[in-house]
Design a protein. Structure first.
Length: 440
């Protein structure tokens, strides 16, 4: 069904006469290039490539658990079928053994394979196109040091390959502009470095940019938030204080979020926890600080839905005096569920335990106007990242299997109006829909 929609949209675009826009844009590289690997590669260059490959998720996407490093990753589902992050080891037939640096640069900068095939944007080349040439060379040098592993990627299960190729060409003509990131005059050197990391190798936009019906960023690099494909998690807006904006955070708190997945102001959950675990925890302090500088300087947008007091209070809205009067609290179903399942860790007042259990009172995940991430977090539970200080972090069990849809609705609606919160309730239907996404 989705495929049909994309196909029809592609047709509509063709009818609009944009087919001309697909004039091939790739393939500009200087002839006679010397490969940087492995003989001419310095240890520093290789180490830099290793670092970028971790921070940029090349490693996490192109490696499957239990298989050799970079020998090919887990398939990624797109509207057209499954595409496979291929084998990037120097194997001559199934990897990049026969590639030149120029071929590699073309893949990163223009999203084209060695044979000219247009690559699926599941490979975030809208971000890798911004990489400075020195970084491309470093990645290439590092890849050249890996053991060659013969491991073919499974054939892509694209249902309508010709149409995909055709639609992709149009899509790219409209939405993909190759090229390095130009420095912005008037900004500090640290900001420029942060911009390059956030927009380039760290590809934050891959999830955080809002997209149009054809899956293209409305305004590349805007980080204005979107519902992630699959419909469950919201990648919140980095421009809004009630979502993921960090403009008012201290630099060290942003650094802690990126490198450890938690900070006094908030923590990474779901897909963001995976990003921290796989990629950003490898950031050097200086790079994480540069990214924080860039994120703090992002424009601030007003809250999407100001948390105005509700006109008709939901029946489950407790008196905020519930906390002073334990017996009254227990009379409210949501409060009763909280006391029974949550209070032992998160505290009677949702105050949490510093460094152990996050506070829920005053937590923007709890009050965000779009409640997707709250529901998913409570359904899925989770573990914080192990750190030197806390090698065995505290976890939270998944409550999805334990609580029914009406119970979760009661509980979360109560939490969204307890402790001075004024957020809209969550309905049983919402929970049911998100539970469906979870099981998919
Ligand atoms: C989010 C997952 C993801 C990340 C992160 C990612 N890739 Fe990929 N990559 C893919 C997918 C999927 C493909 C296959 C696209 C296709 O076949 O159309 C791919 C293809 C490629 C190709 C082309 C291979 C070929 O045979 O044509 C190269 C080269 C590549 N990636 C390098 C990198 C490098 C270097 C990085 C890190 C800077 C990186 N990728 C990060 C998913 C990813
Ligand atoms: C794979 C998708 C994905 C990528 C890539 C990604 N994010 Fe996120 N991010 C999310 C989701 C989903 C959430 C919401 C869950 C949560 O609150 O942690 C989130 C939340 C956040 C938050 C709010 C955390 C809080 O405590 O309120 C910040 C800040 C953030 N992301 C920054 C970034 C930055 C910077 C990058 C690039 C390094 C990035 N994200 C890359 C998906 C992603
Ligand atoms: C055994 C202790 C424990 C119990 C019981 C528990 N939690 Fe948690 N909770 C945690 C821990 C630990 C985390 C942090 C997990 C992580 O970092 O992934 C957490 C995280 C959360 C978060 C995400 C907070 C954030 O800022 O990202 C929410 C929301 C939450 N819990 C709600 C609840 C609710 C609602 C209940 C009751 C149904 C509950 N928890 C029961 C330990 C617990």
């Amino acid at each position: 069904m989705k495929r049909f929609v994309v196909f029809v949209s592609a047709l509509a675009l063709a009818a609009l006469g944009v087919a001309g826009a697909l004039a091939a844009r790739g393939g500009y590289f200087s002839a006679g290039e010397v490969d940087a690997r492995p003989s001419s590669a310095t240890p520093e260059l290789v180490a830099r490539g290793d670092y970028l490959a971790k921070v940029g998720g090349c490693v996490s996407c192109h490696t499957q658990a239990g298989q050799p490093l970079m020998s090919g990753g887990v398939g990624i589902t797109t509207p057209y079928g499954v595409v496979w992050p291929g084998n990037l080891t120097p194997d001559a037939t199934t990897g990049l053994g026969a590639w030149s640096l120029a071929d590699f640069r073309r893949a990163l900068r223009h999203g084209q394979s060695r044979d000219g095939r247009l690559l699926s944007p599941a490979f975030p080349y809208a971000a890798t196109t911004l990489l400075p040439d020195a970084d491309v060379q470093a990645l290439w040098a590092w890849l050249g040091t890996l053991p060659a592993t013969a491991r073919p990627a499974p054939a892509a299960t694209l249902s309508w390959p010709t149409n995909e190729r055709w639609a992709l060409a149009i899509w790219r003509g409209l939405y993909f502009t190759p090229g390095e990131l130009a420095p912005v005059p008037g900004q500090s050197a640290e900001w420029q470095r942060g911009a390059l990391l956030v927009r380039g190798v760290a590809h934050c936009s891959a999830c955080h940019d809002s997209r149009n019906a054809l899956g293209a960023a409305r305004e590349p690099g805007s980080l204005d938030g979107q519902l992630m494909p699959g419909g469950g998690w919201l990648a919140p807006s980095l421009l809004q204080a009630d979502q993921a904006g960090v403009q008012a955070w201290r630099t060290e708190d942003i650094v802690a979020l990126l490198r450890e997945g938690q900070s006094p102001q908030g923590r990474a959950n779901g897909p963001m926890a995976e990003v921290v675990h796989a990629n950003t925890r490898h950031l050097t302090l200086a790079d994480a600080q540069a990214m924080a500088t860039y994120l703090r300087a992002l424009p601030v947008q007003p809250d999407a839905a100001p948390q105005a007091p509700m006109k008709t209070p939901a029946p489950a809205t407790p008196a905020s005096s519930a906390s002073q009067d334990g017996s009254a609290a227990i009379a409210v179903p949501g409060a009763r569920l909280y006391a029974r399942h949550c209070a032992e860790c998160h505290g009677d007042q949702g105050q949490g335990v510093p460094g152990v259990y996050p506070p829920l009172a005053g937590n923007r995940l709890v009050t965000m106007s779009r409640h997707n991430n709250l529901v998913r977090s409570v359904m899925e539970g989770g573990f914080a990242l192990p750190t030197a200080a806390e090698p065995r972090p505290y976890g939270m069990p998944p409550f999805g299997p334990l609580l029914s849809d009406p119970e979760l609705a009661e509980l979360l609606s109560w939490m969204r109006t307890a402790w001075g919160h004024q957020a809209a309730p969550v309905s049983t239907v919402d929970i049911n829909r998100l539970r469906g996404d979870l099981q998919r």
